[in-house]
Design a protein around this ligand. Sequence first.
Ligand code: ATP
Length: 551
Amino acid sequence: MEFAVFAERADEIESTSADLDIVSLVRDLFRVSAEDLDTVARFVQGRVVPAHESTTLDIGPSLCYEAIARAAGHNVSADDVESRVAAVGDVGDVAAEYDFGGQQGLGAFGDGGGSADLTVGEVESELRDLAAAAGSGSQDRKLDLLFGLFNRCEPAEARYLARIVLSEMRIGVGEGTVRDAITEAFDVPLRAVERALQVTNDYGLVATVARDDGESGLDDLRLEVGRPVQAMLAQAGTVTDAVDSWESVAVETKYDGARVQVHYDGDAVSLYSRNMEDVTDPLPEIVAFVEESLAVPAILDGEVVAVDDAGDPLPFQEVLRRFRRKHDVAKTKEEVEVQLWAFDCLHADGEDLLDTPLEDRHDRLTEILDSGVSALAVTDDADEVAEVEAEALDAGHEGIMLKDPDSTYSPGRRGKEWLKRKPDVETLDCVVTGAEWGEGRRAEFLGTFELSVGAGPDSFETIGKVATGITDEQLADLTDLLEPHVLAEDGKDVTIDPAVVFEVGYEEIQTSPTYSSGYALRFPRYLDVRDDKDPESADTLERVERLADGE
Ligand code: ATP
């Protein structure tokens, strides 16, 4: 396809406002794209290479302005172009103002510029050459190539070349438009197109397969080791949401690091960030770990966490520093150690697992990876969820993730299947009126504290128990604080004189026969001791009643 034809169609699309009309125009464009369909499907979105390719053009605005100025002739400087862009607001419109066709003999191809035969294929291959230019002198080479292209452009073509090069297409074509246009152009089901896009992340490939091999061709597309897919994402949610929506809840640690997708072909490892950037080089220890510990070719999803000398997690900024320091890995490696926690398995030993339920994918993950696998607890018991959360927080992690154990892996989806536990909505100041001695390594400490609220002068009614969110160190301090107030002991159970006030977070208040107040806190979590409050100034049953009524 001639690039001029592409530009003409792009103009038409840009001047159309109704979404449905845009889809029809893109559909028609795809139908006439012939052997350039692959490229056209990307160019309409202002992309040169598929999203999964780490290649970047690495052209900043100044290099683009310089190329435009050179093609425009002796009287125009890059500064002039820059000021015009500042005034007009769009690099494409500015590029279209110059008459490159007038530069007789200056074109890289010596054809006098303005040649009508610049094709979409040529633009793509020149831009790929440009992307491949590396090392010393690469900026000059990029400039030469880009100048050569502009020099062959008519104004309408220059408009879109400039926009593609700077990834600012702005003709109103988003991913959804392209998806719908492929569906309409080649009469294939939307579902098949969506799935194919999820597994390949390649609009050009999906458009071509839809046209050449139809629905069955799309269905045959598979994940490929070395071709990253978009990460499945989470919504904020509560334990209440999870236990109310699913038969059981898969709960695991939420690691505070950076998302990483691990690809292992049985020989080489490549690692991709959440944006599908190649981050293999900055993470040599993870590469070594995967080579040693992963039994079969696979694609895994996980989190890379920075740890201190004792193996305790460090804030996620430490990992991001590593990602940024692509060129000085040895130095960063000395500074901070990183570790992989894998929590999902998308592909194992030739088998795609996207449609396999989460719990089974996790089982497969455990089979193929020796260590560094998240512990996934599947339970319908909210107390167990609380325990996992306490352990995760205790170990210095960010919190917990709640997942539907039956859910499939949907790349790029932010649905209700994965919930990141939201911080508590409300807090209450409760009086501690009882406790239990702990077990095992916590036998020396009081734990599981009984919480009460004021119900009148010197009168307290129970509303829940809290065991979550407390570290060993805090338990020791709380035991010292509460022991002097112990009134009676019966086995492990301890009655405590109302004296100490806890600030407690919770998700919900519900009516309950379990506690004397008639209410129960759902998922209470210890936050702090309110040293500044005495039991009389703690929260009251009256306030709890109001909160429960949603006031
Ligand atoms: P968002 O994903 O909402 O844009 P974000 O990148 O700041 O925001 P969070 O919202 O805090 O991330 O939580 C989701 C992220 O948590 C995931 O993308 C992943 O990197 C991380 N994570 C840590 N542990 C897990 C786990 N066990 N399962 C899934 N994701 C996890």
